[in-house]
Ligand binder design. Structure first.
Ligand code: ACM
Length: 266
């Protein structure tokens, strides 16, 4: 059994200092083996001008927020998955998630499926989906709108993920994405930790409202823990990552062995 946690709050757009202070307070309320923070957790979400986001974005090796996540992982012996705006050496921007391990190592997942006006500021992610192992369990990441594509979670599960960390800034109704996360869990027999945000952001006169209801979804689709639509809090649940591994459910059927990729011509 491990303890999983997601942190939900309402980031201030471009308010890096305030957002980090909020994260610092909320993470003190949980003790966990895996901590998941929302998408773009330190900068806020709704940027439509690349030049505005560029100075707020960071190099995952040296940036303040990524250093904070690595430090938290080492100090608390916890895996941390948190969303941030990545700025690479060529000043390209990616909507990314750092996966920081307690031994000081880290990897960056770059969001595969860009949503709405993210297309104005970010490059499409090129990291692909991958899985890291820590303390005998395997974690993969997808970011927010990646949920719409069953291929995201399927690829992570086929690559061995027991737990999918899902940093999010969802604007879709929770009545839409919530059941989809249950289905992603069931069809792959994996655990999903969705850290969504709450609140609103306005850019160029347009306001987006984020739907909260962060949740930890068990491998049978059950909601193990859930936040309400607006609150700032950490949620936690215990789950057994190793129990996700046997994909057979009777003597003849196995979720992965029964797949017929030769029949899927798309
Ligand atoms: C989203 O991908 N932030 C909706």
């Amino acid at each position: 059994m491990i303890t999983l946690a997601a942190i939900q709050y309402s980031p201030v757009r471009a308010g890096i200092r305030d957002n980090l202070a909020t994260i610092d307070v909320l993470t003190r309320t949980v003790r966990t083996d895996l901590l998941v923070l929302p998408e773009l957790a330190n900068t806020g979400y709704f940027f439509t001008d690349r030049e505005e986001l560029l100075p707020l974005a960071e190099d995952p090796e040296r940036g303040a927020f990524c250093s904070w996540m690595r430090g938290y992982a080492a100090e608390h012996q916890t895996v941390v998955v948190g969303g941030f705006a990545e700025r690479d050496a060529r000043d390209r921007l990616f909507n990314a998630a750092l996966i920081a391990l307690p031994d000081g190592s880290a990897r960056v997942y770059r969001k595969t499926h860009l949503f709405y006006k993210e297309h104005l500021v970010f490059e499409p992610g090129d990291s692909g989906f991958f899985v890291v192992e820590w303390a005998g369990y395997r974690i993969g990441a997808m970011i927010c709108y990646d949920w719409r594509f069953p291929e995201s979670s399927r690829t992570l599960a086929l690559r061995g993920a027991d737990v999918i960390a899902h940093p999010s800034n969802l604007v879709a109704a929770a009545s839409l994405w919530g059941p989809a996360m249950a289905m992603r869990a069931i069809e792959n027999k994996v655990i999903v930790v969705t850290a969504n945000r709450a609140g609103e952001e306005t850019s160029n006169g347009e306001t987006l409202r984020f739907t909260g209801e962060s949740r930890i979804t068990g491998m049978n689709g059950a909601i193990l823990s859930i936040a309400d639509p607006t609150e700032a809090r950490g949620i936690v649940a215990d789950a057994d990552p190793v129990a996700t591994r046997g994909k057979a459910f009777n003597a003849f059927n196995d979720l992965f062995a029964d797949r017929r990729p030769d029949m899927y011509e798309c």
